[in-house]
Design a protein. Structure first.
Length: 323
């Protein structure tokens, strides 16, 4: 039952019964409803601002985990970048020097990634700065790794060429000369035996009996197998490639022919006394880029340090050549 309200009437000094009209009731109800809504909104704003809902708390935890993972990823990328720096340093200052290759220019290693803004879509994301930064680092590392892999491919090819070059580099004595007693005259100024004048001797003479086997000192192709009564007499020239050639003079006979491929240690001929020679011996020359150089520097596969020192003394002491 609704409560009856009374209002004091000062004129009649009595309480008059208050009658509420429908319009007044509607206004009152509307006022109450509006006030409730306003209060609710205020409460919602306060609670949403200072207190997180369970869903918001869950999202916040997830967000923090994502940020942590990004930070860990960023640190790992920095570590990978440092490892790449070490690879690049070794590549430029060690491996490429060993294989005689030019270092990769920094302009190529550090060049940016081309194209219109590659990160435009990422910039629309929340926390885009962090995402873009990590993505840029990853792209940079990927590019550097690609360049480094190409560099290693090139070095592998050069290593294979180096192996081939070592096989084609004169590295043994042309005669079996274990006791080193057959050295008769070395590279340098000597007395010419026929004219008794001082003349430059461009090779190494090995005194040996006629018929002693002569060996190729490196892999190569026989460029010349010439019979002659003058100069070097019967002689062989082997082209080893990589700028190297060797000459074997005053031979008695050949065991190869022009155009034939030979391996280091193969018997190519026999010691003789042909051409301008004063006794049975082998005249041996090493030619690098068309320049005759001292053969004694190319016996390293045969000799120990002590033997090399001994053969060096023997070759230098000879005052007269045999040709």
């Amino acid at each position: 039952m609704a409560k009856v309200k009374y209002r004091f009437n000062p004129e009649s000094l009595s309480f008059d019964k208050v009658r509420t009209t429908f319009q007044a009731w509607i206004i009152k109800a509307f006022t109450f409803f509006t006030a409730s809504i306003v209060i609710s909104v205020i409460y919602y704003i306060i609670f949403s601002h200072f207190f997180d809902s369970p869903k918001e708390k869950s999202l916040m935890r997830h967000y923090k985990q994502v940020v942590l993972q990004y930070e860990i990823l960023d640190k790992k990328l920095d570590q990978v970048s440092k490892v790449l720096d070490d690879f690049q340093n070794r590549d430029d200052n060690l491996y490429r020097i060993i294989f005689e290759a030019e270092p990769i220019p920094a302009t190529i290693r550090e060049a940016g990634i081309g194209g219109i803004n590659r990160y435009e879509e990422l910039e629309k994301l929340s926390n885009s700065e962090m995402v873009v930064d990590v993505t840029k680092k990853l792209d940079g590392i990927s590019k550097r790794m690609y360049i480094q892999s190409k560099s290693y491919d090139e070095l592998i090819e050069k290593a294979l060429d180096k192996e081939k070059m070592l096989a084609c580099t004169p590295a043994i004595q042309p005669l079996s000369n274990k006791d080193l007693r057959s050295i008769s005259s070395g590279f340098g100024w000597r007395i010419q035996p026929l004219y008794k004048i001082r003349q430059f001797h461009p090779g190494q003479d090995f005194a040996a009996p006629i018929g002693t086997p002569v060996y190729a000192t490196a892999d190569g192709v026989v460029e010349r197998a010439e019979s002659s009564f003058h100069g070097y007499g019967n002689n062989i020239i082997i082209d080893h490639g990589f700028g190297y050639k060797t000459l074997y003079g005053h031979l008695n006979a050949f065991n190869v022919k022009e155009g034939q491929k030979v391996k280091r240690g193969a018997t190519i001929g026999f010691v003789g006394n042909t051409g301008m020679s004063t006794g049975p011996h082998l005249h041996y020359e090493v030619i690098k880029n068309n320049e005759k150089i001292n053969p004694i520097n190319f016996f390293f596969n045969d000799l120990s340090a002590e033997q090399y020192d001994q053969i060096l003394k023997l070759s230098n002491n000879a005052g007269q050549s045999l040709d």
